[in-house]
Design a protein around this ligand. Structure first.
Ligand SMILES: Nc1ncnc2c1ncn2[C@@H]1O[C@H](COP(=O)(O)OP(=O)(O)OP(=O)(O)O)[C@@H](O)[C@H]1O
Length: 709
């Protein structure tokens, strides 16, 4: 048994009375046990042998178990007498449990070490939190990714009247952003490859889409049957869909220029039909495009004048290097640009490649070598030759972002999350949009269920009341507030569901509180409107992804807040992300966090809330399995943190027992591990096989997640 895992099984009252009563009688001589017996009988107490775990055993009584626990462990927060009393007060709503329910309730439980289940109290035995120097309190500055407030206008940058009108009148964008000011005129007037680097939410999409659209508009005879002139590659289907919808908006002011999209998850047949009808700008995910190049005869890439690679580092991270190299080679070898120059004199005489990324990793440089020739690097402050890429530093998070960090002991993670969500959803006069990032699909499913299906009472849904919409990814959350709706998004959902979930989330009424539980599939490039809070409940697998996640808020000059949860063993992660937060971060203690949602009686109310989750899992086997799966998948995902970050995210430093508690589970991690393997008899695996199995799992998880094919 793990030493740190505190046993908290409620004590038999008769035993406690023994401890509390004092006697003057003294018994001497004989064996130790006989002396003890004689001493007890002198006090009129009959010693009963230790009961084996059974339903009848008082120590197994769920009523006792649901009492806040009396423990010897030290509290890691100030405890006054009043709080102590509150913690020992009985928790309502469990007295009515019938015998059958009680039996189920204790099913699988036993004393510690027998059936491997424990009930530990939330506020005991938690890891100490080292006091880091948090002096660098956050200093919020003016928005760094906002539209320019000076006299710079879109037409001043060379945009034609029709497009300018579309932007200002229909899209309500009056001034360009800094990166648009830098990129727009370059693509309109020069024929040089570009590496575009700018903050999240700074308007990079319009920066490359607008000039390409205008150049095509300038070709009078160009229509949908003329061929594909621009190709935009994005790493995720969601991002590709988003870029396509920007193109569609522009198409409203010039119907001749037709955008098209090919991404996985859709019927290839309908994509082929679309390609056959003709498109001029093709947005695609690399895997699907490569598939069409192989199998779709009508796909003609010979006219391509512009290739844009959006989110370059993610494209590389997902292993598209080879696919992109092949696509570019195919474009190169089939190109008829020279032959058609006279037909389209306004288009560039050579192919222009544009690579975009907010973060620079060595893989982006590699992609630059593959895709760019004699390129310029453009960021908001400077323009220089791409050879100087080495000089470019990673970009920081937007200056107006309020970055909060909270170090939370593992057992208190779930209640801390509940607290913050309660807080963001409490205002009934106006709505809010929140994104919660988790490590894996199973964990998303579980947390979605906690805040949705469980409802106010975490009732088990019986067969008669079975929700017909059981697979829904959008559901109301009375647990938080009457106007709260929760969503889930991850790579294991079908593309149709992913698309409709995002669309519903984006169009939610302004007075609704919407919360989306998701994996990193939503971290890249997604432009969801009015996100006010991003919660990184699990830190990302690569530090750069932190920047992309927090970048879902504080976009285009708007304010935003991001909360990063860290375990006490992960505090040094702050050193890794400090490069993205030159203005500092704001530290919140977990006590503060718990107070904002649970109020002054936070310890008592958080305990009750958590016990309700635990009880729900004990009563509902389906929910319990979901929790167990989420826990094991989470640990597995944790082990896939980049090796360069293992000093912070080391799976060996995790307190698995406490972490299981934050999934509402009472079994020991060992038992959960065995269950997740299907049977109790686990064969010892060859370490080499373990390594290969984990590598396969990690690779599969990545590809499942992004589902790019
Ligand atoms: N000139 C502008 N004025 C106001 N809003 C703008 C302007 N240009 C773009 N936006 C808006 O800014 C938001 C962010 O734009 P976009 O998605 O292109 O950012 P990005 O730089 O690509 O971010 P990320 O790196 O996260 O992908 C969008 O909602 C877009 O409509």
């Amino acid at each position: 048994m793990d030493d740190n895992f505190f046993l908290n099984i409620s004590t038999d009252t008769s035993t406690s009375s023994i401890n509390s009563s004092k006697s003057n009688s003294k018994v001497t001589g004989g064996k130790w046990k006989d002396r003890r017996k004689a001493q007890l009988s002198a006090r009129g107490i009959k010693k009963t042998p230790k009961a084996k775990p059974s339903v009848e055993s008082p120590s197994n009584n769920p009523e006792n178990e649901l009492q806040p626990q009396k423990t010897k462990a030290k509290h890691d927060y100030p405890v006054d007498e009043r709080d102590q009393k509150k913690r020992s007060a009985p928790i309502a709503d469990h007295e009515n449990r019938g015998p059958a329910k009680q039996a189920r309730f204790v099913e699988g439980r036993g004393v510690a070490g027998k059936n491997n289940t424990y009930v530990s109290s939330l506020f005991t035995s938690n890891a100490e939190i080292t006091k880091r120097d948090y002096d660098n309190e956050l200093e919020l500055k003016e928005a760094s990714n906002a539209p320019l407030a000076d006299s710079t206008t879109f037409d001043g940058l060379g945009l034609n009247e029709i497009l300018t009108k579309q932007l200002t009148e229909h899209m309500k964008l009056s001034n360009p952003t800094k990166i648009q000011r830098s990129v727009l005129p370059r693509v309109l007037t020069r024929e040089r490859d570009l590496f575009v680097q700018a903050q999240t939410g700074s308007g990079k999409t319009l920066a490359f889409v607008l000039p390409i659209f205008q150049k095509l508009m300038e070709c009078k005879d160009l229509n949908r049957t003329s061929g594909i002139f621009a190709l935009i590659l994005a790493p995720t289907r969601e991002l590709a869909t988003q870029i396509y919808s920007v193109m569609e908006t522009l198409n409203r002011c010039c119907h001749r220029i037709v955008p098209g999209i090919v991404i996985g998850g859709e019927k290839k047949k309908s994509e082929k039909a679309r390609l056959r009808k003709g498109v001029n700008v093709l947005v695609a995910t690399p895997g699907r495009l490569a598939d069409h190049i192989e199998n779709t005869e009508r796909l003609d890439l010979s006219n391509i004048r512009y290739v844009v690679l959006d989110e370059g580092d993610k494209l590389m991270e997902l292993g598209f290097e080879e696919t992109i190299t092949k696509i570019l080679k195919d474009i190169e070898t089939t190109s008829r640009i020279t032959a058609t120059t006279k037909l389209y004199p306004n288009l560039p005489y050579k192919r222009i490649n544009i690579l975009c990324s907010a973060t620079i990793r060595s893989n982006v440089k590699k992609l630059g070598e593959i895709s760019l020739k004699d390129a310029e690097t453009v960021n908001v402050n400077s323009v220089h030759d791409v050879e100087d890429m080495e000089l470019i530093e990673n970009i920081a998070a937007p200056d107006q972002l309020l970055q909060q960090v909270c170090v939370v002991p593992p057992k208190l993670r779930l209640v801390s999350l509940a607290s913050i969500l309660k807080d963001v959803t409490k205002d009934s006069s106006q709505g809010s949009r929140t994104i919660v990032f988790l490590s894996c699909s199973d964990s998303v499913d579980f947390h979605f269920q906690i805040f949705a299906k469980g409802g106010k009472k975490f009732n088990k849904i019986t067969n008669e009341q079975e929700d017909p919409d059981d697979n829904s990814t959008v559901i109301t959350s009375p647990l938080l507030s009457d106007t709260s709706v929760v969503y889930k998004l991850h790579g294991s959902l079908s593309q149709q569901i992913r698309t409709s979930t995002l669309s519903a989330f984006s169009k939610a009424p302004a007075d609704q509180h919407t919360i989306m539980f998701c994996t990193d599939v939503a971290s890249r490039g997604l432009d969801l409107p009015y996100i006010s809070t991003v919660i990184e409940y699990d830190p990302p697998f690569a530090t750069e992804d932190h920047l992309h996640r927090v970048g879902r808020t504080a976009r285009a000059g708007k304010s935003g807040r991001s909360v990063l949860f860290l375990l006490p063993t992960e505090e040094n992660y702050l050193d890794k992300i400090s490069q993205y937060h030159p203005n500092g971060v704001q530290h919140k203690s977990y006590e503060e966090l718990l107070k904002i949602g649970f109020g002054n009686k936070w310890d008592m109310d958080a305990t009750t809330w958590h016990l309700n989750v635990e009880r729900w899992l004990l009563e509902d086997t389906g929910a319990h399995d979901l929790a167990a799966r989420a826990f094991t998948s989470h640990i597995r995902a944790y082990a896939t943190h980049l090796s360069s970050e293992r000093d912070v995210f080391n799976v060996k430093s995790l307190h698995l027992g406490h972490l299981a508690k934050s999934f509402g589970l009472r079994e020991t991690p060992k038992k959960l591990g065995h269950n997740s393997n299907g049977d109790g008899k686990k064969k010892k695996e060859n370490p080499k096989d373990v390594m290969f199995r984990r590598a396969r799992q990690a690779a599969k998880a990545q590809s499942d997640e992004f589902n790019f094919m």
